[in-house]
Design a protein around this ligand. Structure first.
Ligand SMILES: [Mg+2]
Length: 198
């Protein structure tokens, strides 16, 4: 079995952040949004990015520390490590205070976090290439398409905001068990071996 370097997004893959974000944004803006149909929360709440950004900044500790891990994520991460693969987190969260708070969340929840890249909203492709990532798990369609275009297989965690047809190289997964099955399959596939993983 081939040992893989697995890239994991954080929000919506490892941390169940959006229910907490929605609850707090609903309170703040006096709305009753039940689910995210688009990834762009500024569009849903009809506010400028700067304003929402300030809200996140002012409430970062609560917003980043309150979410629970996604169902199956803790067990999934442990399984990945036990089967000998490596994990690199790549998140659009920013370096600095967001990074510090994120690391605290991982520690509070006893989740392994050896290597993490904080892109600060920039494309994840650079970090994926730089870290020699073999397979990536994300929930944001734009990231999935960009990373798949590098030839890196992507597992897309299903959510209301990422519906639609998927190109080759992107596989929709409905839960962490499916993600683990896909990783197992890929680690046995000749395609990856022939790709010359570093
Ligand atoms: Mg995400």
């Amino acid at each position: 079995m081939l040992k893989l370097r697995i890239g994991l997004d954080i929000d919506g893959v490892v941390a169940d952040s959006f229910p907490v974000f929605l609850r707090e944004l609903n309170k703040h803006y006096g709305k009753d949004v039940k689910q995210l149909d688009t990834y762009d929360m500024t569009e849903i709440y009809g506010v400028e990015w700067d304003e929402m950004s300030q809200f996140f900044h002012d409430n970062m500790e609560y917003l980043f520390l309150t979410p629970k891990p996604m169902t199956g994520a803790v067990e999934g991460i442990n399984y990945i490590l036990e089967t000998g693969h490596e994990i690199v987190y790549v998140t659009a969260r920013a370096p600095g205070s967001e990074e510090k708070m994120t690391c605290k969340w991982f520690d509070d929840n006893n989740i392994y976090r050896d290597k993490a890249c904080f892109t600060g909203g920039l494309s994840k492709t650079f970090a994926v290439k730089e870290n020699g990532i073999d397979i990536f798990v994300d929930d944001f369609m734009t990231n999935a398409l960009e990373i798949a275009s590098l030839g890196v297989p992507v597992l897309l965690m299903d959510s209301p905001y990422n519906q639609g047809k998927l190109p080759q190289g992107v596989t929709r997964c409905y839960c962490w068990d499916e993600i683990l099955c896909q990783i197992d399959q890929l680690s046995r596939s000749k395609n990856v071996m022939n790709r010359g993983t570093p």
